[in-house]
Ligand binder design. Structure first.
Ligand code: OAD
Length: 329
């Protein structure tokens, strides 16, 4: 769309924040990098740069649902490195909380799965985790949902977490047909994997492959083909976003928003990348990031480290950005 250059300075951005009553803040991985959590696409430091050793044609495949269904070990090779582990949050998280405290935050749409918005005290009613989170995990086979943290020990140990509900069912079946399955020994157990259709197929194990199947919980001959894999409820490519995303945006926020602030995202992933163009044309839009984007035309680009930019905005607004605040305060 064509825009009249009505706003373009840092002071304009500060004025917009001062007068706005209903701000949408759209965030990405860039707001957590100052805490040592890598983003996805920054060259050299982003997660996708670090996945070259996996030999995937596209590193994004680690988050592709078809790849996961075919071979969950690819995701679980890296999952332990992206588990939410931080209690701290960045000055930018604190800035979003400040907008909330001042009664200006309409919604924080976050693409992040580190759950740090919650740590910073963003009201769950004002937070949409567009790409889900590690807060829960579900069985890909039977849908059984568990608290995310319950699978963390297995993930950290390099194992593929499996569904306890399926395992219980499978154990009963296995017990009643143990004789017919008795040829399945623990030595060949490790040579099986679950194919897309849920059936087992034999695979060659390579040195360094971790044991997807060693938990004694599931050490029931013949059970593994019927026991689903647990997947954290983060949104993979090929999966639908939580309903809350589209519903809230279209039915609630679109009619109320008077300012949109986009922070620390490359806006490469739809449909979140389309939020900005979905808002009414008169709503001013500010972009804060290290890297400019060419495919979206913002009213104001504030390029740089987002923690520095929000601190400067607060200074000009006379707002105190107390980022030493203890999480949960
Ligand atoms: P990206 O890695 O694509 O973009 C992060 C942006 O933040 C880049 O433009 C960086 O330059 C910028 N950035 C990094 N650190 C910054 C800092 N300290 N201050 C300011 N800017 C900074 O991450 P996202 O846009 O969040 O999806 O990625 C979107 C989605 O792609 C993710 O949710 C994930 C990924 O595939 C799924 O996994 C489904």
């Amino acid at each position: 769309r064509i825009k009249l250059q009505k706003y373009n300075t840092v002071d304009d951005a500060a004025d917009l924040l001062r007068t706005a009553k209903n701000v949408i803040v759209l965030t990405g991985a860039g707001i957590s990098t100052s805490l040592g959590i890598p983003d996805f696409r920054s060259k050299g430091t982003g997660l996708y740069s670090k996945l070259e050793h996996l030999g995937l044609s596209d590193p994004q495949e680690v988050f592709d649902i078809r790849v996961f269904n075919d071979d969950p070990s690819i995701f679980y090779t890296i999952a332990k490195d992206i588990l939410p582990s931080q209690d701290r949050f960045s000055p930018t998280h604190r800035f979003i909380r400040l907008l909330q405290d001042k009664g200006k935050l309409l919604t924080n749409y976050s693409q992040n799965i580190d759950n740090l918005e919650a740590r910073a005290g963003i009201d769950p009613a004002k937070l949409v985790q567009c790409h889900g989170s590690f807060a829960t995990a579900s069985c890909v086979k039977c849908g059984h949902k568990v608290p995310g943290e319950s699978i963390f020990p297995e993930v950290k140990a390099g194992k593929i977490p499996r569904c306890r509900k399926c395992a219980l069912g499978s154990r009963k079946t296995a017990n009643s047909s143990r004789t017919s399955l008795s040829s399945s020994t623990s030595s060949n157990k490790n040579k099986r994997k679950i194919a897309k259709d849920g059936t087992e197929k034999k695979i060659k194990r390579r040195p360094g492959d971790f044991d997807s199947n060693s938990d004694s919980e599931f050490d029931v001959p013949g059970d593994i083909g019927s026991v689903g894999v647990m997947k954290p409820d983060i949104t993979f490519f090929g999966e639908k976003l939580p309903d809350e995303f589209g519903d809230r945006l279209a039915e609630h926020d679109r009619h109320q928003v008077d300012l949109c602030v986009v922070i620390g995202t490359s806006l490469k992933v739809a449909p979140v990348s389309e939020v900005v163009s979905f808002l009414p044309p008169g709503v001013p839009q500010i972009y804060i990031s290290r890297t400019p984007v060419g495919h979206v035309n913002f009213d104001i680009d504030l390029l740089g480290d987002c923690d520095v930019v929000v601190a400067e905005l607060c200074r000009r607004l006379g707002w105190e950005l107390d980022h030493e605040m203890v999480p949960g305060d």
